[in-house]
Write a protein that binds this ligand. Structure first.
Ligand code: HEC
Length: 100
């Protein structure tokens, strides 16, 4: 590998600017997810999605539920609004109860 290839390989890594915006996502979870799952996420129209209630989920499975929703239920797919990494951030946030 020459020097140019090396530089290109490094610039292909995710840029800091492309990382999920924690504040905006936290707000989205409280407001948008909260409109169905309750302001404190302990349940409403949708079930409790606090960490203890989701402990059987792996991060990737939870991310898929967020991106694709649960067909046949009011749980909508968020793919049109969230990137893969943003959904991953939310999955981690829901599982741990903290900003990842
Ligand atoms: C329009 C209402 C609505 C909104 C908005 C909504 N959900 Fe849901 N969600 C539901 C319902 C209803 C279910 C239960 C579906 C079922 O019967 O399995 C659900 C299920 C889930 C589950 C599966 C829970 C479990 O115990 O398996 C997760 C995780 C979840 N929602 C996360 C989210 C997240 C994260 C957001 C915001 C990005 C969100 N939901 C927004 C209605 C909603």
């Amino acid at each position: 590998m020459n020097r140019v290839t090396l530089i290109l390989a490094f610039t292909a890594l995710p840029a800091v600017a492309g990382e999920p915006d924690a504040l905006a996502l936290e707000r989205l979870v409280r407001q948008d997810c909260g409109s169905c799952h309750g302001l404190t996420l302990k349940g409403g129209l949708g079930p409790d999605i606090r960490p203890a209630a989701l402990s059987h989920y792996k991060t990737d499975t939870l991310k898929a539920v967020i991106l694709d929703g649960i067909p046949g239920t009011p749980m909508p797919p968020w793919r049109p609004l969230l990137s893969d990494s943003e959904a991953g951030w939310i999955a981690e946030y829901l599982l741990t109860g903290e900003s990842p």
